[in-house]
Structures are given as C-alpha cells and as structure tokens.
Design a protein around this ligand. Structure first.
Ligand code: SAH
Ligand code: SF4
Length: 382
C-alpha cells in the first residue's frame, strides 16, 4: 500500500527517502511541495527528477481527509466536518481575527477524559487520529483558505489543539504533527503560536516540554480537587497540586513565560465569588508571584445532555474582576461560531445526525462536498 507522506515530519520523510535511495535534500524539496505549496500530485513537482517521481508514484501518496460538510458562520468562522471512516467524523474550525487566523485542530475521535461540560467527552472515545489525519486538517484548511482569499502567503498564523480529543493522550501521533507545523520547510509557525491544550496529563506535559515545547494551555475549571474531580475525571489521577507542579516544570521549557489556564464558566457550579477567591489563593501559593499564569474564562457552550447552564455575563464579569484585582491577567473568551456549533466544547463530529445538519442548511451556507471537490472551488459558489 502506498505510504501517505502526510504521516511524516521532515526526519520521517528523510528516512523514507533514504529507503528509496534518495538524499536528504530531496526530502526537503518534497516536504516543501506538500506543505508549502499544497501539491499532492508528484508529477507537478517539477524540480524532482523523473526517476524520483516514478518511485513516488509507485510507493507513496499525499492523501488528505475527505470533507463531509463545510459551514460558514455569520462571523466568518468556518467549520469543517471530515470523514474519518466507519461513520466517524472529526471537526476543524478556522477563526479569522483582524491580526491572525487561528485553526482549532482535533487530535482524537471522541475523548476518553469525559469532562461533564464537554460534548466531545459525552460522545465517548472512538480512536486516536494518526499524524496524517492531524496534519491533514492544517494542510487542507491552509490550501483552501489561500485559494478562497486569493493569497499566496500564509493565512493560518496560529494553531490550537483545542478541537476534539485530549492531545496528550495521543502523544505519539501529536509530536510529529507539531513538528510539521513548526518546521521552516513546513508551515514555519513559531512555537508561541502553536498551543497544546490539555486537561492535565501530567507525565505527558513533562515529555512535551522536552520533545516539543510549544505554548501550553491547561483546562483547570475548578479551584479545588473535590470540584475538579467531578468536572474533569482525570483529576482523580493527576490532582491539582501535581498538575501545577508539572506547569512549574514546563515553564522552564515553554516558549512563553506563562501558562494559560482555561476555565469554563458553569452557572452555580464553579462561578461563585468564593471560587474566584480560592483560585487566587491557589495560584498565588505557588511562590512565583502571579505573572506565571493567565486565565481565559470561557462562557460555557451548552448542549442538552450536560444538564449545565452558562454563567450569566454579569457573573463572569464579577469573577474576572476578582482575578484581575488580584493581579492575574484574565480574559473572557469571545465565543465564535456558536451559530454553527463550532464553539469550544460543541464539537461532536456529528456525522450521523443529518437532521441537525439539514436544519443548518436553511440558515447558513452549509454544503455537502463531493469527495472529488477541488479545494480551490468555494463550495456553494462553484
Ligand atoms: N482536551 C483538551 C483540548 C480540547 S477541549 C482540553 O480539555 O484542554 C478545548 C477547550 O474547550 C478546553 O479548555 C475545554 O475545557 C473547553 N470546553 C469543552 N467543552 C466546553 C463547553 N461546552 N463550553 C466551553 N468550553 C468547553
Ligand atoms: Fe476531552 Fe478536553 Fe472534552 Fe475534557 S474538555 S472531554 S479532555 S476534549
């Protein structure tokens, strides 16, 4: 079977080329064709020798994921649903802002951590994505967006591993994918602009610091173990104190001098004044002052099965004021794309629920793409 080159970081591709009897610089050329120019047909890679193209046509392929639907929000957010086989789907979201374009990438089909407030978690765990499936999300989105906006330069400036799944529970596939994102011959994203978000898989936080120290976000959601045990079941294995120690260690490798804590605001559950005060105590007890962390308060995006409600805007303000007054840099995340269920925690890869997709067609520009649709053609306008 042909080997999918999207599976390789540059070292992996060099090893593959070596097996074909080709020098390393050929791997660099090939890597640039695939990731910088978005070319998948070896015969279009004009500076490769005919003999190498023949070998590649025989032994390799560049195979992206099949897009099932594409939905564009009124705020410009784009959500893609990719078919990953056996009735499974994953979601990828592009969030345009004035000064950047962020791609939210999935790492697993479903998630085993099963956080109470997360739609992906409620779906259960199906399987890990391969490196090729993680990279494909960026490969597809970057090429699609360049053509859509008629741009030659890069459109995606930031990647956040905040889609479906717990990236640090798919470590072996994650690391080569991150390396492709960072590689100067790949997407050349800076380590500060690639963020891994984790619910706190402590041993893998340590390994990430050593293997590929990108920006780190940790989903905290509670100021004490009792509450966090209940919201993020992984806390029973890696309680808050251990997780914060791992954050301390990570800081010596991190590209930024802070860790971002994400805190999903749940009405009456974790959003009270007493919780905010407890949080301030918690992070100030780490002997580092308060500038080693930032808080990102995320308004909860409700879904029926959770039985939870979003905190009121005024409660979020009161909560953030307490953190800010204590000297903690705190932002309230603007929800983006919630009209297309592309907001945090709403990603459920709902490939089978055609009724919901059907309803969306009426109000948004959702289109079904045929597997052979050219990514250059703007769906719905073709
Ligand atoms: N598994 C990783 C990354 C994916 S979740 C993690 O948990 O960090 C990405 C972010 O979305 C996390 O901060 C998560 O807590 C948040 N999130 C999950 N469900 C949400 C929901 N329903 N509303 C708002 N944020 C949610
Ligand atoms: Fe998994 Fe993150 Fe959702 Fe928790 S919040 S279930 S870790 S994807």
């Amino acid at each position: 079977m042909a080997v999918n080159l999207l599976e390789f970081d540059l070292e992996g591709l060099a090893a593959f080329c070596d097996q074909l009897g080709e020098k390393r610089f050929r791997a660099v050329q090939l890597f640039k064709w695939v990731h910088q120019k978005g070319v998948s047909n070896f015969d279009d890679m004009t500076d490769l020798a005919k003999s190498l193209r023949d070998k590649l046509n025989f032994a390799a392929c560049v195979q992206g994921l099949k897009v099932t639907t594409q939905t564009i929000s009124s705020d410009g957010t784009i959500k893609w649903l990719f078919d990953v086989g056996h009735g499974n789907a994953i979601e990828t979201v592009f969030i345009p802002e004035d000064d950047r374009g962020t791609l939210c990438v999935s790492s697993q089909v479903g998630c085993a951590v099963a956080c109470r407030f997360c739609s992906t978690g409620h779906q259960g765990f199906s399987r890990n994505l391969t490196t090729a499936e993680i990279v494909s999300q960026l490969w597809f989105a970057e090429n699609f967006l360049r053509q859509r906006f008629d741009r030659k330069d890069r459109v995606i400036s930031n990647v956040v591993m905040m889609g479906m799944g717990e990236p640090l529970q798919n470590y072996a596939a994650l690391i080569p994918a991150l390396r492709v994102m960072l590689d100067d011959n790949g997407y050349s994203l800076s380590r500060r602009r690639v963020t891994v978000s984790t619910s706190g898989v402590v041993p893998m936080m340590d390994r990430l610091g050593l293997d590929c120290a990108v920006a780190l976000a940790v989903s905290l959601h509670a100021p004490n173990d009792d509450l966090r045990d209940n919201l993020v079941p992984l806390n029973r294995k890696y309680p808050i104190d251990e997780m914060l120690s791992a954050c301390d260690r990570y800081l010596s490798h991190a590209p930024r001098d802070f860790i971002t804590f994400e805190y999903c605001m749940l009405d009456g559950v974790n959003d009270q004044v007493s919780h905010a005060r407890e949080l301030v105590k918690l992070v100030s007890s780490r002997n580092k002052g308060l500038n080693w962390c930032k808080f990102n308060l995320i308004p909860f995006n409700p879904f029926p099965a959770s039985g939870l409600l979003r905190s009121s805007a005024s409660q979020v303000q009161i909560f953030s004021r307490i953190l800010i007054d204590a000297g903690i840099v705190t932002t309230i995340r603007k929800t983006r794309g919630d009209d297309i269920e592309a907001a945090c925690g709403q990603l459920a890869g709902d490939v089978r629920d055609r009724t919901r997709v059907g309803q969306r067609i009426a109000i948004q520009r959702t289109v079904q793409l045929r597997p052979d649709t050219k990514i250059g053609a703007t769906p719905g306008e073709a």
